[in-house]
Ligand binder design. Sequence first.
Ligand code: 13P
Length: 243
Amino acid sequence: MENKKLVVGNMKMNLTASEINKYVKEIDKKNYNEQVVFCPSSLYLPYFVGKSYKCGIQNIAATDLGAYTGEISIKQVASMKIDYAIIGHSERRAYYHETDEVVRRKVELALQEKVKIILCVGETLEEREALKTYKVLKKQLTTALKGLDIANNKKIIVAYEPVWAIGTGKVPTNSEIEDTIAFIKDIVSAICGFNLKVLYGGSVNDANIAKLNEIPNVDGYLVGGASNSVEKFNKIIEVVVNQ
Ligand code: 13P
């Protein structure tokens, strides 16, 4: 598993109960292994637990258990045997005002549990055009990771998701992704003293996955929109897992 690529579906706030039932029935026929991770709406997570594939929550609270209406604690996530938690997704940062410091707090809480962390980082279009991509990534990674006691480096995975590529159909070139991921790996190893897996996310779909999968230093993909279609997501999984 260590060197195998991951395919993570961030299904976001999509699909109703009848649609998710159909979806789960379909994926359960596929016999996916633990390289495949489904992150549906939290409500539906129990349908995805204890299968041949893995599952993850899209967000966790920045606080421990307590009187926080509508929130879900990482302790609850762990107690439900959910394998992964996405932390710091750009939609959380943009729409729910999650700062780098809040993201750091969530990482600290998640490190106390067995749940693996998918830490999202990425620059906006404005930052990219101002040539600030590396500066932004360095700040996001440093704030989230510096000084943490990460005894088990397999617990954290970084997902590089340029904000301008999410849901837009725009994707950086393979060499841009390769360079940025190399930069992220360098920063992470300077901060933590070891390497972490780095995924790419942003408009990954069944039509572009074969080309994206040629990038040598990518450890997997975080797929949004396309993961809500069993057919499209299956094509992506076939390219990455059966390569
Ligand atoms: P899209 O694949 O829809 O661009 O979304 C990417 C994403 O945000 C995954 O977390």
